[in-house]
Design a protein around this ligand. Sequence first.
Ligand SMILES: NC(=O)c1ccc[n+]([C@@H]2O[C@H](COP(=O)([O-])OP(=O)(O)OC[C@H]3O[C@@H](n4cnc5c(N)ncnc54)[C@H](OP(=O)(O)O)[C@@H]3O)[C@@H](O)[C@H]2O)c1
Length: 259
Amino acid sequence: MQSYILITGATSGIGYEMAQNLAEKKFNLILVSRNVDKMIIMKKQLQSSYGIIVDYFEKDLSLPNEAKELLDDILLKEYRVSHLINNAGFGEYGHFLNTSLEVELKMINLNIIGLVILTKLFAKDMAARGGGKILNVASLLSFIPFPYYSVYSATKSFVLAFSETIAAEVEEFGVVLTTLCPGPVETPFQTDEMRHTNAMKVNKPMSAKLVAAKGIDLLLYGKGKKIVGLNNWFISNLPRITPDYLMMKIKKYLASKSN
Ligand SMILES: NC(=O)c1ccc[n+]([C@@H]2O[C@H](COP(=O)([O-])OP(=O)(O)OC[C@H]3O[C@@H](n4cnc5c(N)ncnc54)[C@H](OP(=O)(O)O)[C@@H]3O)[C@@H](O)[C@H]2O)c1
């Protein structure tokens, strides 16, 4: 049985760069996203550049049935997933009174429900086989929920809390679960509105390539969680040392438009 690293949300941003990074290291890959055309192009490029095996599965992971099908589809092909990267996710920036409830429910379905389904199914499979590794992608906003990113911040707080507890539970079965917490990253995730906030002025987005490399190090060799960048580490600790009324002011300043 061939071993693979599975990356959800592999067609863009951090997931795309993780795929490139792992291919350079000669790991076989399984790509998952909704966009078959992009995955076909990536499969050709990665196989011809690095001589690895790449397969892909078209799944909308915000639909619980599609997330649940993924492991069965993989086992049917007799692939063994040694490492899982739960990276697929999206956010919506905007005033909660104006944002779309439908979009927010889809976000909860992808960022939380899809991630829980994959973590459970793959962790059980890994534990039964004697071990494996899982990387869940959370965010700096897991520590510092941000106005106009209300539902998104809450999904990422969930991801961190969930991942830290499951990590403690699965360790004895040889499964290592780690959590990547990036600050702003230059990917299509960033909207123009977000780019023009004070937050982006004081905390410039990092390159997806750098963040992906930190994530891969954590997946392959690390334990626990990683906040990428000293600046972000400092920001993540602000709520612990700052009174609530002041934190509210700071958040409102960061979320408002820069001149
Ligand atoms: N960029 C940032 O500033 C930042 C900061 C902290 C954390 N993060 C987190 O990092 C992760 C990756 O974000 P990114 O910035 O790389 O975003 P991105 O460039 O927009 O990429 C998102 C990926 O997720 C996939 N995806 C979206 N909806 C999906 C669905 N319903 N089912 C399956 N796949 C889906 C997309 O593929 P298709 O559209 O082809 O399906 C794409 O490959 C996310 O979890 C995000 O929350 C990002």
